[in-house]
Design a protein around this ligand. Structure first.
Ligand code: NAP
Length: 411
């Protein structure tokens, strides 16, 4: 009997096995999708059309995806009476690779955020955000083509861990008393208090994932971005543990930048560098070409990934994934834009590019490249959605689905 009450497992597909470092992918993998709320159904329909066309074109029908709808958010509430049914988590765990549209955070529903819950329950510890420019997409910088970075943001620690107490509560007072009494700290009365934990375990598995990614994709450096000059035992340790894991697990395929300053050659090895967070924001504007993979703790990565995305045209075209040891969940990086829901108007680029990342993860690079070509062609033809059209001279505004169709035509 199927363990799924609401979802149905496609009969014509097979499971992906292995782990995220080395997925074993059949020719017709079962891939669960969460449509998402608001504009989710609009951008999902466009994305599915583009992905199916790219795969069909690239492999002449020998490969295909067996899509399996699973429920989260508003649709789950309608179908199953809860925001995140247990069977959805079970399906993501069982089938290992999935894709989702944006989800509304229910206000007052007792859940912090469905996105956060998914990341925590499935232990998706790295948020991966590639940032590169598609020629023709409006950009606020002079040389957007020099931006080709992949931000690896740690997902489970730092301020993201949510360990905090509100001003004036007995809990905040107790923590303050402890810190002032036993620990010798000085804290103003009625302070709100947050704790920022960063561990060697959390840092090392995350930085190791960034290095494996760099090695697998021929990228020449991994930069550890931190504010260790001020927060020595959290951010500073993040840097130290990052260098340590590179030396421990990748001694022959990585080299610390300091050794290059002493005259050693990189010789094809991945260079491990570190930069202080504030200077990193200058660096990505002034010398973007010197950065490839950037590994960060949670908060730095939150800021940096949006700042980098802005350089190449904003969140409408920024893909992302949350990845752990056994599950990879690809997703649009923007929200549900509820005012545009069902209007067939918004840009599906973010979800489409996330799907291209997913195809790369499956090892189906030909199909991912077909999507890149299609997107570049659609932008070059000036047939784009409203958000791009309003910034591009002489462009024609098209609907979400017409944009998807134009992408397919240019594959
Ligand atoms: P948002 O949904 O990203 O929308 C903000 C604005 O960004 C839109 O009004 C629109 O700008 C533009 N935009 C977003 N997606 C676009 C697209 N695909 N194409 C073109 N323009 C796009 O942010 P929000 O209004 O702050 O959040 C709404 C809901 O989404 C909230 O419930 C939030 O919790 C949720 N959210 C979910 C995720 C997720 O699931 N990963 C992420 C972020 C937010 P214009 O009005 O200028 O056209």
């Amino acid at each position: 009997m199927s363990p799924y009450q609401y979802a149905s497992v496609p009969g014509d597909g097979e499971k992906i096995t292995g782990d995220t470092g080395r997925p074993v992918v059949p020719d017709r993998p079962i891939v669960p999708f969460i449509e998402g709320d608001g504009i989710g159904p609009d951008i999902w329909a466009a994305t599915r059309h583009v992905v199916d066309a790219a795969v069909a074109k690239s492999f002449d029908g020998a490969r295909g995806i067996a899509w399996m709808e699973v429920y989260a958010g508003e649709k789950a509430n309608e179908v199953a009476g809860e925001w995140l049914p247990g069977e959805t988590l079970a399906a993501l765990t069982e089938f290992k690779v999935a894709i989702k549209g944006p989800l509304t955070t229910p206000v007052g529903g007792g859940i912090r955020s469905l996105n956060v819950t998914l990341r925590q329950v499935l232990d998706l510890y790295s948020c991966i955000r590639p940032v590169s420019w598609i020629p023709g997409v409006p950009s606020p910088v002079k040389e957007p083509h020099k931006v080709d970075m992949v931000v690896f943001r740690e997902n489970t620690e730092d301020v993201y861990a949510g360990i905090e107490w509100a001003s004036g509560t007995p809990e905040a007072d107790r923590v303050r008393d402890f810190l002032m009494g036993d620990m010798g700290a000085s804290i103003r009365e009625a302070s709100g208090i947050g704790i920022k934990p960063i561990s060697p375990f959390g840092t090392k598995r995350h930085v190791a994932a960034a290095i494996r990614y760099a090695l697998a994709r021929g990228r020449d450096s991994v930069t550890l971005m931190h504010k260790g000059n001020i927060m020595k035992f959290t951010e500073g340790s993040f840097r130290d543990w990052g260098y340590e894991v590179a030396a421990e697990r990748f001694p022959d395929s990585t080299v610390p930048e300091a050794r290059l300053w002493e005259g050693e050659e990189a010789d094809g090895r991945v260079v491990i560098k570190d930069r202080i967070a504030d200077s990193m924001f200058q660096q990505v504007l002034l010398r973007p070409a010197e950065y490839s993979v950037v590994a960060t703790p949670n908060l730095n990565g939150d800021y940096l990934s949006d700042a980098c995305a802005a350089q190449v045209g904003g969140l409408g075209m920024a893909p992302g994934a949350n990845v752990g040891d056994s599950v990879a969940l690809f997703e649009a990086t923007h929200g549900t834009a509820p005012k545009y829901a069902g209007l067939n108007r918004v840009n599906p680029g973010s979800l489409i590019l996330s799907a291209a990342m997913m195809l790369e993860h499956l090892g189906w690079d030909e199909a991912a490249r077909a999507i890149d070509r299609g997107l570049e062609g659609a932008v070059a033809a000036g047939r784009v959605t409203y958000d791009l059209e309003r910034q591009m001279e002489g462009a024609t505004r098209v609907s979400t689905l017409a944009f998807a169709e134009t992408i397919v035509e240019h594959m």
